[in-house]
Design a protein around this ligand. Structure first.
Ligand code: MEV
Length: 448
């Protein structure tokens, strides 16, 4: 069966859908109905979504949840979280409440530098290239004037350009390595436009530079920003006296020691570090998506940062000093609160307003805190009750939905699993018995 198609992008939305439905689905009508059930009735909104990308056939929803009561640097935030995973929002809310009662979160932006590079090959003498670079450096900046003008008015712009010799890595390989301040925008378009102008200036000036002969002109390979931003870092932290960690049956001192050991394991052991950091990214990504930022850029940059010393390790750290427990996280976050989707996507606009229309630096702080909160909640569960208890409780609704449980069946199941450990098998058994009218499924204080 051939599934190739020529000129797909030229077809109408209806034609695209009809082709997909007939080629890939045994029940084309049902497939079309699924796609259409996600179309937005408001034609204007649907058109907006259709035009974000190419070949759109429907919308792909993520739940938007809310984690209230985050105290960050003394200010109260209500966090919007776009995420599909059960228990992430509940964990964030729990962590927020726990730390609100112990002084809240602190967050500090350590640096905001962005990076971009023009990669090129050059086979002539290095001294001539250095000479050339120092001569054209003012021109490189001057030629970007029309691009940098507005950014400079907002307090940003190009903060440096250096010539980097990378010939040890690849023969004849050099870079123009540029640094930028992009204020409240993530800055990808701004940086890439500057880099492409650098590349044009480099080519043009090289043709007129007497030090190069025709055979050893610099040859540009590509110009692109880097999503590795080790100098665009925010720190989030919490601290309190060890005794204040005591809660219910959990002893503060024992908990703190075990917690610190768990963090040390993530620092020492890459298999654990990846999962530990994944838990941090549960919080980070949910906020990054909700605020219309580029989660792929954030993910790539964060994991590169976690491996910056040559070995993949934990992004968070913990210690006890003079009876004070401190838990902190350093994370690189190149975020924007202007440009991109921020004013275009109505829900992104909503989420940014919910956060009080933050600057990019304030958003960096909030996002890092969401990551730390999530990491705290995960480690707290892992080192005390185990993760499955809370997770499966939150996942119960998904299992019940898979079983097409009615509202009444769900109510009965939730009541039943208050006292019983949730598992997929246990939920299936409960619903099966319920449907067979097994009296043992009926709680005495619950009326069916
Ligand atoms: C699950 O999404 C995240 C955790 O695995 C994180 C962790 O293990 O620290 C619970």
């Amino acid at each position: 069966m051939s599934k190739n198609i020529a000129g797909f992008s030229k077809r109408s939305k209806e034609e695209k859908i009809n082709w997909l439905a007939s080629e890939f689905f045994s029940d084309p009508e049902e497939a079309i109905a699924v796609l259409k059930s996600y179309w937005n009735a408001d034609g204007v909104l649907q058109k907006l979504h259709d035009e974000f990308i190419e070949n759109t056939i429907s919308n792909f929803y993520l739940p938007l949840g809310i984690a209230p009561n985050f105290i960050i640097n003394g200010k109260n935030y209500t966090l919007p979280m776009a995420i599909e995973e059960s228990s992430v929002v509940a964990a964030a809310s729990k962590s927020a409440k726990f730390w609100a009662e112990r002084g809240g979160f602190k967050a500090t932006v350590l640096s905001t530098e962005k990076i971009g590079q023009v990669h090129f090959l050059y086979s002539g003498p290095k001294e001539q290239l250095e000479d050339f670079f120092s001569q054209i450096k003012p021109q490189l900046i001057a030629d970007t004037e029309s691009i940098t003008h507005n950014m400079q008015k907002r307090g940003g712009g190009i903060t440096g350009i250096e010539l980097h010799d990378k010939t040890e890595a690849i023969e004849n390989y050099y870079q123009l390595h540029a640094t930028f301040e992009t204020v409240d925008s993530m800055g990808a378009n701004f940086i890439n436009s500057c880099l492409e102008q650098f590349s044009n200036t480099l080519k043009h000036e090289a043709e007129n530079f007497s030090g190069f002969d025709k055979n050893n002109q610099p040859e540009v390979v590509m110009s692109i920003l880097s999503n590795y931003v080790p100098n665009c870092v925010v720190r989030a932290e919490v601290s309190c006296p060890v005794d204040d960690l005591t809660e219910g049956t959990i002893n503060g001192e024992e908990f703190a020691q075990k917690f610190i050991t768990a963090v040390r394991i993530a620092e020492a052991e890459p298999y654990r570090a990846v999962t530990h950091n994944k838990g941090i990214m549960n919080g980070v990504d949910a906020l990054v998506v909700a605020t219309g930022n580029d989660f792929r850029a954030i993910e790539a940059g964060v994991h590169a940062y976690a491996a910056k010393d040559g070995k993949y390790t934990s992004l968070s750290h913990a210690k006890i000093e003079n009876g004070i427990f401190t838990f902190w996280l350093d994370v690189p976050l190149a975020l924007g609160t202007v440009g991109g989707l921020t004013t275009l996507h109505p829900l992104v606009k909503f989420c940014l307003q919910l956060l009080g229309s933050p600057s990019a630096e304030e958003l960096m702080q909030v996002v890092a805190v969401a990551g730390l909160a999530q990491n705290f909640a995960a480690l707290r569960s892992l080192t005390t009750t185990g993760i499955q208890k809370g997770h499966m409780k939150m996942h119960l609704m998904n299992i019940l939905n898979q079983l097409s449980a009615t509202d009444n069946e769900k109510q009965l199941a939730f009541k039943h699993f208050e006292k019983v450990t949730v598992s997929h098998a246990a939920a299936v058994e409960f619903i099966t018995r319920l449907r067979q009218n097994d009296p043992s499924t009926i709680e005495k204080d619950f009326i069916r």
